[in-house]
Design a protein around this ligand. Structure first.
Ligand SMILES: *Cc1c(COP(=O)(O)O)cnc(C)c1O
Length: 239
């Protein structure tokens, strides 16, 4: 059994339900304020470091899409929570020799940023299942430490990804550097959206902009996010 964040175990089911409702209200409010269609932004509950019981609690309140970042932990949760109808999204860094369990147990991978990884996911995706939904992760703030392809490399990568039969390129994902205020937060999201629109103008049929977290989901929704990845606002702090 893995060790989970001890503090989060003390959060009870009602707390998860209340916090989930608050996040849903924030999303609905941002959709209204920024002229987005009601219900056009999906909530991905990021459950990394939190024990399976908390995911089960969120399930009781209707949440079905969960995001995980650490392979070993994710494998354990997919096993324990099998049968709850969960849609699993992998959002963390991947090692190319450990892609098989992801290709087998997940429906989405948001963090594809190397062709080598994509090729393995494509080869390892079981024929008996739907193609794996993927997002190309973009290093939108140009940080040296961050994963993600450089914005200049996105077109070439998207073209290569489109050729893999067992992968379905759905869109772009980014994890921008933290910014202090709303307007500053919008800037990198606007940049990702411009790339997304340029790809679609060039004939890619993308429908997903995976951007926005607990702190900055409103700015992401203002700029066109279709999936927000929210952890601490639902499950509490991780450390
Ligand atoms: C942890 C994580 C999140 C969620 O972050 P919060 O600030 O807890 O909402 C979203 N996306 C990625 C890629 C993450 O690793």
């Amino acid at each position: 059994m893995l060790k989970y964040n001890a503090s989060s175990v003390t959060l009870n089911t009602d707390t998860i339900g209340r916090q989930l409702e608050q996040v849903r209200a924030r999303i609905a409010d941002a959709e209204r304020r920024f002229g987005r269609t009601a219900g056009s932004v999906r909530l991905l509950a990021v459950s990394k470091t939190h024990p399976p019981e908390l995911l089960e609690a969120a399930c009781q309140f209707g949440q079905r899409a969960f995001g995980e970042s650490y392979l070993q932990e994710a494998q354990e949760k997919t096993r324990i929570l099998d049968g709850l109808g969960i849609e699993w999204h992998f959002i963390g860094p991947m090692q190319s020799n450990k892609t098989r369990p992801i290709a087998e147990a997940f429906q989405w991978v948001h963090s594809v940023d190397r062709i080598k990884i994509a090729r393995r996911l494509d080869e390892q995706r079981p024929q008996s299942t739907e193609p794996l939904n993927i997002c190309l992760q973009v290093n939108i703030s140009g940080e040296n430490s961050k994963s993600g392809v450089a914005p200049e490399a996105v077109f070439a990568m998207a073209e290569q990804l489109a050729a893999f039969p067992r992968l379905r390129l759905r869109g772009l994902m980014a994890l921008p550097a933290p910014a202090a205020d709303f307007d500053a937060r919008r800037v990198p999201f606007a940049r990702l959206r411009a790339l997304f629109e340029a790809l679609n103008d060039a004939g890619c049929k993308l429908d997903t902009l995976s951007m926005g977290m607990s702190e900055d989901m409103e700015a992401a929704i203002a700029e066109g996010a279709t999936i927000v990845r929210v952890g601490s606002a639902i499950f509490g702090s991780r450390r």
